[in-house]
Design a binder for this molecule. Sequence first.
Ligand SMILES: CC(C)(COP(=O)(O)OP(=O)(O)OC[C@H]1O[C@@H](n2cnc3c(N)ncnc32)[C@H](O)[C@@H]1OP(=O)(O)O)[C@@H](O)C(=O)NCCC(=O)NCCS
Length: 166
Amino acid sequence: MKILLLDAQACDVMRAQLADLLLDAVAFGAFSSIAFGLDRRQAQNYWQDVRMAVAAGTCRLLAASHDGTLIGTVQLTLCQRPDGHRRADLQALMVHSRARRRGIGGVLLRAAEAEARALGRDDLRLAAEPGSGAEALIHDLGYAPIEGVTGSHVVYTKTLLMPEAA
Ligand SMILES: CC(C)(COP(=O)(O)OP(=O)(O)OC[C@H]1O[C@@H](n2cnc3c(N)ncnc32)[C@H](O)[C@@H]1OP(=O)(O)O)[C@@H](O)C(=O)NCCC(=O)NCCS
């Protein structure tokens, strides 16, 4: 398995596979916030928005690939607020239903953390639906829930140890 950092051109090349992956994730119970009954066109539009953010430099898209097939992705969205230069949000972690429970979700999250560290972003956030399979994984990687946040998701936070502080 390889972990790739997809640029805008790679998003174009992998457009069909990205749509397949999102459709699979939605079909297998994930992302009630994205859409129920998502169709292929909507899935492609979703990735088009991600592509634009990648092209604008506000999002890093990491992908897990095995034998040329995309089996997982996660997005690292870089906070653009003047006071948010250390913050990044991990979003839309997804692993194809056929490739789950082999450690790929964990590898993707760690790769996204390494990317955040390289960009000087040590203040990470991650939202997960309560009861989703992601919770144990997130907990194991050292994320802690932020108390008092209301809504359909639990928001987790983690402060990365940066090289100069190590
Ligand atoms: C959540 C998801 C990304 C996990 O990917 P994965 O590659 O299967 O995760 P890993 O194999 O790295 O899992 C590591 C650990 O997390 C926990 N875990 C992962 N999926 C789990 C599940 N469905 N139920 C319970 N625990 C789970 C387990 O502790 C697992 O270790 P184990 O397999 O040794 O028991 C994947 O199930 C997925 O794409 N789900 C749909 C999208 C989604 O919910 N994304 C989360 C958004 S935050």
